[in-house]
Design a protein around this ligand. Structure first.
Ligand code: ARG
Length: 463
């Protein structure tokens, strides 16, 4: 093949990521071949020993086309002609699909671990700020009185849902295509269930055409990461805006100054995280676009999908880690929050609700009266409201109304489930911690399962 043609059709560079996974796949297959009576014990031993040694590394070159050919070539150098048996009843098509799934399983657990650390950083900071006065925004305008914890915990919940998505992606990935060969199996009776189990998969991809063609497990994975990326991006947008408003500050290590304006503290890390989410979403779109319209079963186009998932994993891991660090060093400026809350009349909704229930005024009318009072009297709207209530024959309790207008005590008055009341934040933190524990167990169980699988492929005394 022409050198340029060879280079652009080769997956060698991206294949480094699955270098060891490919060896494990071959080990499981060699035992499968032996069990099927297709190779002798001696050949099996020799191949298992040779493959075990390949786990310490082998040269991968684009001139070999891909990692699969590089491995076979190196194994032949080490063990001789019998290396050629690893190609029996196996194609690169089922091999690559299996190796990607094997590697991705592990990488998804890594992403989940980083999401968990971020959630822990969030709940840690939230525990310190359940009584820290803050406010909510709608349309980026001051909305209602709240707390630092209430804001932070909103993100903990969205990241927990991303964990559910990642877990689903893990389950979609955790089935084995191995034994499907090029697309329709082989005359060798390889036990596909055995090979799947030897690699620690929960089951097999039933149909051999589907097994070599399907990449939807990659879409699920990139989608789960895209969702986390969008949530990270929105958290970053909040950080940028709240910092501009003086509501929060970040540790010096996560801001930079301007080359011209020495007074500047720019939230550049948050800005980059906000932008990087677009890369992961683009990976999802390219991956799906490559598969769209492709005939079954295998086409080399599929090769272009794989690097998209590795790039997404690397990108999301960096984003998650740096965001956790940013959150750990975040500081709230309560005085500024109070100032904005008072100026922004964030308790006007409390006052409207109060006169509605206290004096039996339909809420729409109460809303209108408070709005009118705010428009004509601004910050002293309570006085005007008292006047207009008077004109309706209602003698309002001025002290009570002023209390309602106080933003600081407003948080304590609203005991809405999931709301900003400190008691509710504590309840949410406990609920989140329970879920975190569940995911930690999932990670622990599956990483152990994977570790044990690899160990038994290496140590089971095959040679
Ligand atoms: N390098 C390929 C990939 O990553 C492996 C399968 C190639 N199959 C083939 N018939 N050329 O998808």
């Amino acid at each position: 093949m022409d050198d340029l043609a060879l280079r652009i059709t080769s997956s060698a560079e991206a294949d480094r990521r699955i270098q060891n996974a490919v060896v494990y796949v071959n080990m499981a297959h060699v035992v499968g071949l032996y069990n099927a009576g297709a190779i002798s014990h001696e050949v099996m031993s020799k191949l298992m020993q040779g493959l075990s040694n390949e786990l310490s590394g082998y040269p991968i070159s684009y001139q070999d086309e891909d990692v699969h050919m590089s491995l076979e070539k190196d194994l032949a150098l080490k063990v001789g002609l019998e290396a050629g048996f690893i190609g029996l009843a196996k194609s690169r098509n089922d091999q690559v699909a299996t190796a990607i799934r094997l590697q991705l399983r592990q990488e998804l657990l890594g992403v989940m671990e980083n999401v968990l650390s971020l959630i822990e950083a969030i709940t840690g900071k939230a525990s310190e700020s359940i009584r820290t006065f803050f406010l909510t925004f709608t349309h980026l305008q001051p909305a209602q009185a709240s707390t630092g914890a209430h804001w932070l915990l909103s993100y903990a919940w969205s990241f927990l849902r991303d964990l559910e998505r990642l877990k689903l992606a893990y389950q979609m990935t955790d089935i084995s295509p191995l034994g499907s060969a090029a697309s329709a199996g082989s005359i060798v009776q390889v036990d596909r269930y055995f090979e799947a189990e030897a690699l620690g998969f929960s089951g097999i991809v039933e149909n051999t055409i589907d097994a070599v063609s399907a990449r939807d497990f990659i879409f699920d994975s990139i989608y789960a990461m895209s969702s986390a990326a969008v949530n990270l991006s929105r958290l970053s947008a909040d950080i940028v805006a709240y910092m501009a408003l003086g509501l929060i500050d970040l540790d010096d290590r996560y801001v930079s100054t301007s080359s011209l304006m020495p007074q500047k503290r720019n939230p550049v890390v948050a800005e980059i995280v906000r932008a990087k989410s677009a890369n992961i979403m683009s990976n999802l779109l390219s991956a799906m676009e490559i598969a769209r319209g492709l005939n079954l079963s295998y086409n080399l186009d599929l090769q272009e999908i794989t690097p998209k998932v590795w790039a997404s994993v690397d990108e999301i891991n960096d984003m998650l880690r740096v965001t956790a660090l940013m959150i750990r060093g975040l500081k709230f400026n309560e005085d500024r929050a109070k100032e904005i809350a008072i100026k922004g009349l964030v308790t006007a909704s409390d006052v409207a609700e109060y006169i509605s229930i206290k004096y039996g005024i339909a809420f729409r009318e109460a809303h209108h009266m408070v709005g009118e009072a705010v428009r004509t009297c601004g910050e002293s709207y309570i006085n005007c409201l008292i006047e207009s209530l008077k004109s309706m024959g209602i003698n309002a309790d001025a002290e009570e109304l002023s209390k309602m207008a106080d933003p600081i005590s407003s948080v304590e008055r609203r005991s809405t489930t999931g709301g900003p009341h400190p008691r509710e934040s504590l309840r949410q933190i406990s609920a989140i911690e329970l879920k975190v524990k569940e995911f930690e167990d999932f990670l622990e169980l599956n990483s152990r399962k994977i570790e044990k699988t690899y160990q038994s492929l290496i140590n089971r005394g095959w040679y």
